[in-house]
Design a protein around this ligand. Structure first.
Ligand SMILES: Nc1ncnc2c1ncn2[C@@H]1O[C@H](COP(=O)(O)OP(=O)(O)O)[C@@H](O)[C@H]1O
Ligand SMILES: [Mg+2]
Length: 420
């Protein structure tokens, strides 16, 4: 078994995980680093045999990088991934190079060759600080451990592919939680560029959006938050996505964390609707989530996207107990069975949502189907889903919010859902 750490942008990591998935019995992706500043720290934590490092992530100058890497993980060999098609060994510190466009079999072969190569030896490691023992740059990249706040349950709905019904699930779920449970429920739309949840909850004319909160920095005033949140059906509070891509661009992962935390303090439930791609902001939401719902549908590319997302969450060290897959029928007929999809994913489906032609008009009119058609089978299943996810993390298991800081490996502490 070759243990591999992948250091690259999230989107490419997801692609590489998909490429390597058929070779799981030979290659174990033991971790990923999705920020250049975290590469050394991740190598130190995981001690991989091979570091697949995208050239844009190689913190240069290369000789310093190689020395630093060798000091924290001496047996790790570097396979440099390049944007160009050239596969010549670029430098002596890398055991090999591979094009980012290479097929899975070629990537596997390059990993095999790199794993057999002699590690890049470095003589002088005396001055190189070890991450985690103070001042190292990589140490500063470590995410802070979240302090517990409030008791809101944060539920994040995500799909690796658009059009699977993520927003349909998120908007119906939040309405059920507000309506049935009489709880304070809020929907935060972090599909910052194309968010349409406001329209689905009939508050698209509300003038204030997430951009107005981000403008205030990371210290969010509760009164301002109350003004910015619109009020939709069943008194659901809604945080609209910004009205233009430029405004969306200005919202950082840190802003988003502050926004979700502030909303969680003012609510019993926060449902987060997400875009269909992964970026730092979406990962931030994952990290704050008590429950993560991966919405998939009956088509192969959606299921593949969900599979890749599961692989990436696993490589990130996320506790998969808090992750569930929801299977949604967006079309009246399908060629697949639920069992086929469970087999591809290697996981049970939590809830199967039927097709209902009334979904589209309900989304367009801003009245979620659970209110417009409460007796529909789809509404019944959405209610079951709400019941399953509404139990606050901690009622069925030891709460991550209450527990004292556990003696777990640092990478678990850094990325376990539900810690904030
Ligand atoms: N169960 C369903 N039955 C019928 N149509 C559905 C169902 N779920 C979703 N749809 C339709 O699929 C489309 C995509 O849904 P949406 O929630 O916007 O997906 P996403 O947020 O994942 O992009 C919408 O037009 C919606 O009406
Ligand atoms: Mg959506």
């Amino acid at each position: 078994m070759i243990r591999v750490l992948i250091a690259d942008e999230i989107a490419r990591i997801v692609g590489d995980l998909e490429k390597l998935e058929p070779y799981r019995d030979e290659v174990d992706v033991c971790g990923v680093a999705h920020q250049a500043s975290a590469v050394i720290e991740e190598a130190w934590l995981r001690q991989p045999d091979v570091l697949v490092l995208h050239e844009r992530f190689a913190d240069l100058p290369p000789s310093d990088f190689a020395a630093h890497l060798a000091s924290v993980s001496p047996t790790t060999r570097v396979l440099l991934m390049t944007a160009s098609a050239t596969t010549e060994v670029a430098d002596t510190w890398a055991a090999g190079t591979i094009s980012e466009a290479a097929a899975g079999a070629d990537l596997l072969e390059a990993i095999r060759v790199a794993a057999r190569a002699f590690p890049h030896g470095v003589v002088s490691v005396v001055d190189t600080p070890v991450p985690g023992e103070g001042g190292a740059a990589a140490g500063q990249a470590r995410r802070e451990v979240r302090a517990p706040v409030g008791r809101a349950t944060v539920i994040v709905a995500f799909s690796g592919k658009g059009g699977t019904g993520t927003s349909m699930v998120a908007t119906n779920l939040v309405v059920i939680l507000a309506h049935g449970a009489g709880a304070r429920a809020a929907l935060v739309d972090i599909d910052l560029q194309f968010g349409d949840a406001a329209g689905m909850l009939h508050v698209e004319h509300h003038p204030l959006t997430a951009a107005d909160l981000a403008a205030q920095g990371e210290d969010i005033d509760p009164t301002l938050l109350d003004d910015v949140l619109a009020t939709g059906p069943a008194d659901v509070r809604v945080l609209r996505a910004p009205s233009s891509p430029e405004l969306a661009e200005a919202i950082t992962a840190a802003h988003l964390r502050a926004i979700i935390r502030a909303t969680a303090r003012a609510s019993d439930f926060v449902v987060v609707d997400t875009p269909s791609h992964l970026d730092e902001r979406v990962l931030e939401a994952f990290e704050l989530a008590d429950r993560l719902l991966l919405v998939t549908s009956y088509n192969l590319s959606a299921v593949r996207g969900t599979k890749a997302t599961l692989l990436m969450l696993e490589a990130l060290g996320v506790d998969l107990d808090r992750v569930d897959v929801v299977l949604n029928h967006t079309r009246p007929r399908t060629n697949y069975r639920r069992e086929d999809i469970e087999e591809i994913l290697g996981r049970r489906i939590l809830v199967d949502l039927p097709y209902d032609p009334r979904v589209d008009p309900s989304l367009d009119s801003g009245t979620p189907i659970v209110l417009a058609q409460p007796r529909a089978e789809l509404s019944r299943r959405l209610n079951s889903l709400a019941e399953l996810v509404a139990a606050p993390a901690g009622t069925t298991e030891t709460s991550a919010l209450d527990a004292p800081a556990p003696e777990t490996p640092a990478y678990r502490r850094r990325f376990s859902l539900g810690r904030r």
